[in-house]
Design a protein around this ligand. Structure first.
Ligand code: GDP
Ligand code: IMO
Ligand code: MG
Length: 427
């Protein structure tokens, strides 16, 4: 059976957690394939809001198995905190959560290196979540990393010490002002590693997934971050350190490209970005401020305010093409209620010429968005449950997007709760 993918098409925080939770009833396995605790995936139901960082968003469905795949990087300390947060909800973790032995570990010194690197960059900093993501993937590709399977080996503490000493020397050489207590950090780390070993089954996940496919199990791969943060196709260097796009699911789970089925692409009805880097449609006025306030645009991982702006259809079409998106999901249209006029970017003025694709550089001094305008709507969408209820202006907004990117919008989300999800039949 083919594996379906669910991916963010912008700069992250599109609402992936919510939609994975909504879709999980149709799946047997939910698998994360890249990223790590830089992700913050929010789910809301029965009046409770949950934020997951490493654990897949199918965890609240007892029938589903949740897999943390080989492409993910895991911080045992944050992972333990996530498990502690889930404790009141009576989830059979031993049965419903598995970790790939090939997933890499984030060490305390990876986090320190992340902070040191950002300090050294000064104004040019990436705006990283400081979770150690970049340094951990650097050790992975540099062939120095420590994997989950290593902690089952007798010599693991030796391997750990060698890498930790190398990191401490690197931090020393960077000559930045960084305060830390390595003994305390290590005490927490080793306690969390022991807890992880006791609580969770480590598996050879590519074999597990291959068997699952043969037994016709339905699998959904849950992306983290968004396509514009992809290490190759995002706004480099202001990106994360993994492939957030569809190809990342193949390498991050051990799935062949010809086994991919539906590719669900999620986007917000406007755009947000947290951290540094170019953002052509960013708004610095009252409209942007209203989007942030009404949409509660604060990072689920860091609490930082998200930058807000109009929907960028050129960037959306780019993400749709790179990922081979087959169905779209539009989130947070409810946040746009009450604006007289809405704008979407349909082309750029780039170095004095009009272009309709995403160029190499998105720097503000070379590139200006060209907009189409739409009339807004007044209605409160959060109480709507049926596609027929959606206001005409919103229907026009949706039809324009579908026509521009040539992919149907199958879900319109009108609020953070599981129930605030409208399925559209577009055939
Ligand atoms: P993720 O990282 O893609 O899972 O997204 P986040 O959880 O970081 O951010 C999405 C935020 O929007 C969360 O606070 C969600 O609860 C919220 N959210 C999701 N869908 C909707 C929606 O349709 N309307 C509104 N108002 N909020 C939503
Ligand atoms: P989810 O899965 C939004 C951003 C950071 C920073 C850049 C690099 O919740 O959508 P990193 O810590 O990865 O080295 O940071 O990427 N970033 C995210 N922005 N949502 C995320 O995840 C993000 N994960 C990383 O803000 O700009
Ligand atoms: Mg998020």
């Amino acid at each position: 059976m083919a594996i379906d993918l669910l991916l963010g098409l912008q700069w992250g925080d599109e609402g992936k957690g919510k939609i994975v939770d909504v879709l999980t009833k149709k799946y047997d396995i939910i698998a994360r394939f890249q990223g790590g605790p830089n992700a913050g995936h929010t789910l809301e139901f029965e009046g409770i809001k949950h934020v997951l960082h490493t654990i897949p968003s199918g965890i609240f469905h007892p029938q589903a198995t949740n897999l943390i795949g080989n492409g993910v990087v895991i911080d045992p300390v944050i992972f333990k905190q996530e498990l502690d947060n889930l404790a009141p909800f009576n989830i059979d973790i031993k049965r419903s959560l598995l970790i790939s032995r090939k997933a890499h570990l984030i060490l305390p010194t990876h986090r320190l290196l992340d902070a040191a690197s950002e300090l050294a960059k000064g104004k040019a900093k990436i705006g990283s979540t400081l979770k150690g993501i970049g340094p951990t993937y650097m050790d992975k590709t540099g062939r120095n990393g420590i994997r989950v399977g290593d902690i089952e080996l007798p010599k693991w503490k030796k391997t750990y010490s060698a890498l930790r000493n190398k990191h401490l020397a690197m931090i020393g050489n960077m000559k930045v002002d960084l305060d830390f207590d390595i003994d305390q950090l290590e005490e927490n780390f080793f306690a969390a590693v022991a807890h992880m070993k006791q609580t969770i089954a480590f598996i050879d996940s590519e074999e597990f997934l291959s068997q699952a496919q043969k037994s016709e199990e339905r699998i959904l791969a849950e992306g983290a971050q968004g396509s514009l943060l992809d290490i190759d196709f995002g706004t480099y260097p202001f990106v994360t350190s993994s492939n957030t796009t569809a190809a990342g699911a193949c390498t991050g789970l051990g799935v062949a490209p010809n086994k991919i089925g539906e590719v669900y692409g999620i986007f917000k009805a406007y755009t947000t970005r947290v951290g540094s880097g170019p953002f052509p449609t960013e708004l610095f006025d009252e409209i942007g401020e209203t989007m942030g306030r009404v949409g509660h645009e604060f990072g689920a991982t860091t609490g930082r305010a998200r930058r807000c702006g109009w929907l960028d259809l050129v960037a959306l079409r780019y993400a749709v093409e790179i990922n081979g998106v087959t169905q779209l999901m539009m989130m947070k249209g409810d946040v746009l209620s009450g604006f007289d006029e809405l704008k979407v970017c349909t082309a750029y003025n780039y170095r004095g010429k009009t272009i309709e694709h995403l160029p190499y550089s998105l720097n503000a001094d070379e590139l200006k968005p060209i907009y189409n305008s739409f009339s807004g709507w007044e209605e409160d969408l959060t109480i709507m449950r049926d596609a027929g209820e959606l206001p005409d202006s919103l229907q026009k907004y949706i039809a324009f997007i579908e026509d521009f990117v040539q992919v149907p919008i199958k879900i319109v989300s009108v609020g953070p709760d599981r129930s605030q999800t409208i399925f559209r039949t577009t055939e």
